[in-house]
Design a protein around this ligand. Sequence first.
Ligand SMILES: Nc1ncnc2c1ncn2[C@@H]1O[C@H](COP(=O)(O)OP(=O)(O)OP(=O)(O)O)[C@@H](O)[C@H]1O
Length: 901
Amino acid sequence: MPEITAAPGADPLSPDADAARAGAAEPVGGPVEPATLTALQLMRRLGSGPRGLTEAQAEERLARFGENTVPSWRPVSWPRRFLGALRDPFTTVLLCLGLVSAAVASWGTACVIMTLVVVSCALRSGGEHQAGRAMAALQELVATTATVQRRPDGDAAPQVREVPVDQLVVGDLVRLGPGDLVPADLRLLRAAGLTVHQAALTGESVPVPKQALDAPPDGPPDASEPPHVCFQGSSVATGSGTGLVVATGADTRFAAAYRGRARRRGETAFDRSVHGIAWTLIRFMLLTPPLVLMANAALRGRGLETLPFAVAVAVGLTPEMLPVIVTTALARGAALLARTSGVIVKRLPALHDLGAIDVLCLDKTGTLTQDRPVVVRSTGPDGTSDPEVLHWAAVNSFWTIELAELPVPDALDEAVLAAADEQGTDPLEYDGIAALPFDPVVRMSTAVVRLPGRHGVHTVVVKGAVEDVLARCGRVRADGAETALDDAARERLLRWAAEEAAGGLRLLAVARGDRRPRLGGYADGDVRGLTFVGFVALSDALAPSAEDALRVLSERGVAVKVLTGDHPGTAARACRDLGLAPGEVLTAGRLAGLTGPALAEAVEGATVVARCTAQDKARIVTALRGAGHTTGFLGDGVNDLPALHAADVGICPRGAVPVAREGADVVLAEKDLTAIDRAITAGRNASGSIGAYLRITLSSNLGNVIAMLAAGLLLPFLPMLPAQVLVQNLCFDAAQLSLAFDQPAVGAARRPAVLRPRVFLRFITAFGLINATADLATFAVLAFTAKVTAGTDSPTMFHAGWFTENLLTQGMVMLLLRTGRRAAERRTVGPVHLAVTALAVVGLLLPVSPLAPVLAMSAPPPLYYLLLSVVLTVYGAALAFARMRYARRENGAGEPGGSVA
Ligand SMILES: Nc1ncnc2c1ncn2[C@@H]1O[C@H](COP(=O)(O)OP(=O)(O)OP(=O)(O)O)[C@@H](O)[C@H]1O
């Protein structure tokens, strides 16, 4: 427990210190070392004062020194975005294949490959630019602000107001409260019970105590941990403070640590699926050219002249539009979600991860309940009504709020104060001496007060979780007298509390103790040996939409786990009332020794884990992810931050503390579980589009590649010229962009949408073989046509015939293998229909158009088209049949986590 800091006394912000600002208007000199000067020296150096800057000074500094943003997070320029798109693995492979083609002077192939690269990079960077702009606009809605103290003009009194974080300048005075992000590097001028999370800077997961020191501490300076400096990138865990901005933007310690590096996070579900599939394909692509060369050399005695064809076959396998489709589908889904449900997806891949969630962890208060507690009763240790307990609780609430540098609303404190007000209790009959606001780790808040005029005695008043407060008590008050609190009495009180909690009530235990006044701050040791006073019981109504939302989540295959700081009884009762069977209720204490798979196994079977600290929540989420679950976490408090970071998708409501909003991937307009359901559905739909693209493109491409290899070995000429392969590829790619705009089928979002590389490979092999069979049947038709029709026995006719068949079968695959709405579900013509029509028109008309000779094609005779229609009818029927069987097997298999393949 950090030291409890005394209430304001002599400090650099007191009016006496105003002298320091005389003549100070400009930051003076070069870089300042915030830890080594006294507070007054520092203010003077930075041209600030204890009343803060004037608005004009701040404006002038902002114009001169720039905004408070970390440089590497600024928007990326167009050319950099385009070059970034080149780093995609598929593009890299295409570039390599292009270079190989150029090396063997196959200029046609090289040019078409380069066109493919440029088109896909342009589309991708364009899509990303649009998505980036849309995301930036959405993020504005949840932008973080800082509480700053400035003066309208030189003579006016300081005013405290919120400003966007990027508007802060050196010399500003900033106030910090629980859940705030430290918006710049700050030298603390005042602090009360302040602890900060510095994980982003030091990796340290436990909050570090900070305090205001006027002079630098004695001993050798600790550059990484000066106790009186807070660095940008850290966040307030408990307490409050006021600090002087000493560095902003690129000059902060955080910017220096991250210079040139993007913000990194661990591998997410999105990375695992999409990258997994990409790398499997790339291995195939790299293997293809040598295989084609070897087969042609061995069976046909052909040499290096087959290389351009081999390269074209490898290119034919590439889903080069994947990055474009991914960006478009996710950006479109995110924009729609923001418009229709007020849900803001801050990181595009998080939308995919939302769709893949199969475990959703959430806190109880404010998610399952409304977080509008109302005091029901206050009782003494013997369970009889006792107004004095509420009185002491109110004294604690009032002074912990009053003595905070930046008080934040706390629903429990507000409820206690409202009830005390009704009862006629006046906390002002005491003077506040010091306070330690609520700390979710120790689960209590402490106020030190004294009766005016009673100088020799300070009273420590504590309220908090029953087990934790009782652990600090040595005595109990009963019938106006105090007796020792023995083990039996302690047990009895805990049992009584458990019964109250099982009835759904939230309980606060209240204790107090008189002390001889202390000089300096109060420390943890002073909050012991207390006398137990009694309980305040509060009720918190259930959230009206929670029951339906939980049912829908379970129907959608999402297991819900409640990770709460509250009492196990209260949490279990809330779950039961909402129709969620709590099963065996665990407490974090019981899981303390478990890690990794053992922890995941223990939590797997449970619905509720109670008495969780922030670290417990994160540990559980990490263990569930480690066990292969795509895990979401919904929370809104400071104690949810580590879990928000640990989850595949961190979700918080817009009203969450700033640090939670900053750390979350998805921000909800309201803390409403039904919004999560809509977000999950949007995620599954977006993944559905991506899955449909991969399914369609890969099975079609694989079929073509098999057919090309077979024909290459059977025919005396190349079955398709490299340029024809690539033109056909380009047409197919363009048509498939429509999949990103396809409407999802009704019921398409019934299960978590995971893109599983193995399931994909099974799927594309089966459907690729059907496609290859149709191609081989077409070859037979072409051979037959050539035989019965004199004068058409030429490679050009063969090329044209196969080109037409390819585009038509590709169109059919698009219609039959997409997840989008089928004709029966929609009346209007969708983008996929239009794209397929265009594909069919090109396939039928190009070989008979004036462009045909350029591509070395000549029109096949009418007989071919007649026979082709038979092949296509049989192919369509086979495809539909296989698709039906596949869907039936997938649904029947009940594979956990489901898949979109
Ligand atoms: N303002 C407060 N003052 C004193 N004690 C508090 C206060 N707020 C909460 N507590 C106690 O600490 C316990 C844990 O609180 P915490 O905020 O960690 O979780 P919670 O809000 O109860 O649940 P959840 O994790 O579901 O949001 C509560 O059960 C309560 O007993």
